[in-house]
Design a protein around this ligand. Structure first.
Ligand code: NAG
Ligand code: NAG
Ligand code: NAG
Length: 342
C-alpha cells in the first residue's frame, strides 16, 4: 500500500466519505478503444498509462492517429510491452505524412513485426471489425485529431453505429489555452476540421473534455511521490513513463537551480482529463467529485472553433469541475499510476 492508498483508506474510515480512491478491484470494466496521437505532446503517454492502470477500464485496442501513424505504433508497442499489455492489438490509423514529435527516437528501434498482440496496417478496418464482433458495448476514448473516426463513420457506418460513446479531449467553449477567453480553435478539433465536422455529424453520443477543464499540471508533493517511485522495483510502469518523459522533454532544464523540468511537474494533462471523464462518467465510480457535464449544442466552424449553435450536435461537455473535482482527479491519477501492478 502506498501512502496515498493509506491516506485514502484513512479518509474513508475517518470521514466516512461516500467514495475514496482507489476503488477496490472493479468487478466490471468499461471496454474501450483508444485513439491516440502519442509522440507529439506527452499527455497521450500519461493518458495511455492511466487507462491501462485503471481498474475500471479494459483497453481492447489502441489505434494511432494523425501524421505519422506508423511511427506512433512503434511508441505504443514499446509502452504496451513495458506495461505487460502486449496482448492488446494495435491499429495503424490513416497516415498523413511523416511528421512526429520528440518521443519517437525513444521507440524507433522497437520492432512491430514480432509484437504479440498484432499490428493491423489498416487500423480503421481493424477497429470496425472489433466493433462488429464485440459482445459488449465499446467506448472510443478519442485523444487525437478525429481523422480515424471520420474514416470509420464513412467506411464502416454499421460498425460506427455500434459505438456506445465517443469520450474525447477536444474543443474550447469559454476558455482557450492558458486561460485566455474562448472559444478558440483547439488542436484536436482544428487540426482536421472536416474530420471534426464529420464526427459531429454522426448520431453517436459524444462527451467532450475541452480546454476549459483539461488544461492543468501536477507538481508539488503529488509529483514528487511519482518521482520517488521512479526506478524502484515495485513501480515498473512509473519507471517507464518517467524515463520516457525525460527523454521526450529532451532533459530540458527549468529554473535557476538547474532542475530538469521533467523532475518538477507534468506538462498539461489534457488527455488524462478525458480519461478521468471517461472513468467517472462510466457509472463505475459513483459519487466522485469530478467533472460536471453540460449538454450543449455545438458545431465546428471552418476555423475549428466549437461554437454554440441551436441546430448543432448535442454534446455533453465538461465545462466545469465540481467543487474539489480537479484536486480529486490529480490525486486519483497519481494514485492509480502508483498502485498499478501486473
Ligand atoms: C511485467 O512482467 C515482468 C515479469 O513478470 C515484471 O518483472 C515487470 O515488473 C512487469 N511490468 C509491469 C509494468 O508490471
Ligand atoms: C526516471 O529515471 C530515468 C532513468 O531510468 C531518468 O532518466 C529520468 O530522469 C527519471 N525521471 C524522473 C522524472 O525522475
Ligand atoms: C515547477 O513547476 C511549477 C508548476 O508547473 C512551476 O510554477 C515552477 O516554476 C516549476 N519550478 C521549476 C524549478 O521549474
Amino acid at each position: 500500500m502506498g501512502w496515498h492508498t493509506l491516506l485514502a483508506a484513512a479518509c474513508c474510515l475517518v470521514l466516512a466519505l461516500a467514495a475514496c480512491f482507489p476503488a477496490a478491484a472493479a468487478t466490471h470494466r468499461l471496454a474501450v478503444i483508444v485513439d491516440t496521437d502519442i509522440g507529439d505532446e506527452f499527455d497521450d503517454s500519461w493518458a495511455l498509462a492511466y487507462l491501462l492502470a485503471s481498474p475500471h477500464i479494459e483497453v481492447k485496442m489502441v489505434t494511432t492517429a494523425a501524421h505519422d501513424t506508423v511511427k506512433r505504433a512503434h511508441i505504443v508497442a514499446k509502452y504496451l510491452t513495458a506495461y505487460n499489455a502486449s496482448h492488446i492489438p494495435i491499429g495503424i490509423g490513416i497516415q498523413q505524412d511523416d511528421t512526429i514529435g520528440p518521443l519517437y527516437p525513444w521507440a524507433a528501434d522497437f520492432p512491430l513485426a514480432s509484437y504479440p498482440g498484432g499490428v493491423h496496417t489498416d487500423g480503421v478496418a481493424a477497429a470496425a471489425a472489433l466493433l462488429n464482433a464485440s459482445p459488449e458495448p465499446l467506448v472510443i476514448v478519442a485523444l487525437a485529431p478525429f481523422v480515424n473516426l471520420a474514416a470509420l463513420a464513412k467506411r464502416f457506418p454499421a460498425a460506427a453505429g455500434r459505438v456506445t460513446l465517443i469520450s474525447a479531449m477536444g474543443g474550447s467553449i469559454h476558455t482557450c489555452y492558458d486561460g485566455k477567453p474562448g472559444p478558440c480553435p483547439e488542436y484536436n478539433i482544428a487540426e482536421d476540421v472536416s474530420a471534426s465536422q464529420a464526427l459531429f455529424a454522426q448520431t453517436w453520443p459524444v462527451h467532450l473534455a475541452p480546454i476549459d477543464t483539461s488544461q492543468s499540471t501536477i507538481d508539488g508533493p503529488l509529483f514528487r511521490a511519482l518521482v520517488a517511485a521512479n526506478n524502484t522495483a515495485d513501480h515498473p510502469m512509473v519507471t517507464t513513463l518517467l524515463s520516457s518523459y525525460c527523454f521526450w522533454s529532451q532533459y530540458k532544464v527549468c529554473g535557476p537551480a538547474g532542475m530538469l523540468c521533467c523532475h518538477n511537474s507534468t506538462e498539461d494533462l489534457f488527455d488524462p482529463t478525458a480519461v478521468f471523464m471517461t472513468i467517472t462518467q462510466s457509472g463505475l465510480l459513483p459519487d466522485t467529485p469530478g467533472l460536471a457535464l453540460t449538454p450543449l449544442t455545438l458545431r465546428v466552424s471552418a476555423s475549428g472553433e466549437t461554437l454554440s449553435d441551436p441546430s448543432g450536435k448535442l454534446v455533453n461537455t465538461a465545462i466545469h469541475w465540481l467543487p474539489g473535482g480537479e484536486a480529486w482527479f490529480h490525486a486519483a491519477f497519481i494514485d492509480t499510476l502508483l498502485d498499478f501492478t501486473t
